[in-house]
Design a protein around this ligand. Sequence first.
Ligand SMILES: [Zn+2]
Ligand SMILES: [Zn+2]
Length: 310
Amino acid sequence: MLAVTFLGTSAARPTVERNVSALALVREGETLLFECGEGTQRQMLRYGVSFALSEIFFTHFHADHFLGVIGLIRTLGLQGREEAMQLFGPHGAKKLLGQALQLGVERVPFPVDIVEVHPGMVLRETRDGQRATYQIHVFATEHGGGSVGYALREHERPGRFDPEKARAAGVPEGPLWGKLQRGETVGLADGRTVTPEGIVGPRRPGRLVVFTGDTRPCAAVVDAAQGADLLIHEATFGEEEKDRARETGHSTAREAAQVALAANAKRLVLSHVSARYSISAEELVKEAREVFRETTVAKDGMTVQVPYPD
Ligand SMILES: [Zn+2]
Ligand SMILES: [Zn+2]
């Protein structure tokens, strides 16, 4: 199972309806947090997101994307956490997050490791050597100050195993089936050998979930999001404020849709909306759908499931 829960969907400042940026990605029981705006820990409690996470990814260091880490780390310390935590962010992460962690606490009672990332980097392993079945790719975004986005890309899965064809080929159910499924040729008791061709289908793609953080529409995002099962793109403004979007390093809903279309993404969710769309962001959805039909807009507490395509 792979699902994304939006914890904060408002740009720049919280509103009554929406908190500032944060997003939890839950995959096979593991929780990853992307951004941690002020108040994120309370949103996690409210929407049932586990505090048992070991990695937080930051796209840039505007206040609405990271101030919540101060309180969250403090709470985890009070809960007696001992496990290490890794914080990932672009250039400046060590200084800024390092300072944030020292605010209001004598010392954090568990190890916190701050990792500076750059576009092109692939985060392959977690601290304990997990993450065997996916990678996180770091890509450039256009928001000034070396901002980045993150793409979670699952490895390919084995092809589909056809038990009928295995039986027809005379392969008895049992360990030999597992070998075939892993792509190995097997030897039978009667001396024949059987290859997986025709019994195991072609390898199947994993899922791709892409999170842009704040950005202008740009080619690097289009590249990172090629064929994405889910593209989460900021859409701070509507068309009537497209000049303001350009001046402030943000995107309009329509621009986000153009990126989704160019990337041939399957689904687009807009987030990081300006306070004026806090109550209703339908205008943004309407503008985006004229370009890319499979568009929705996030709201706080919304969970999006990302199924396998087949
Ligand atoms: Zn922002
Ligand atoms: Zn920003």
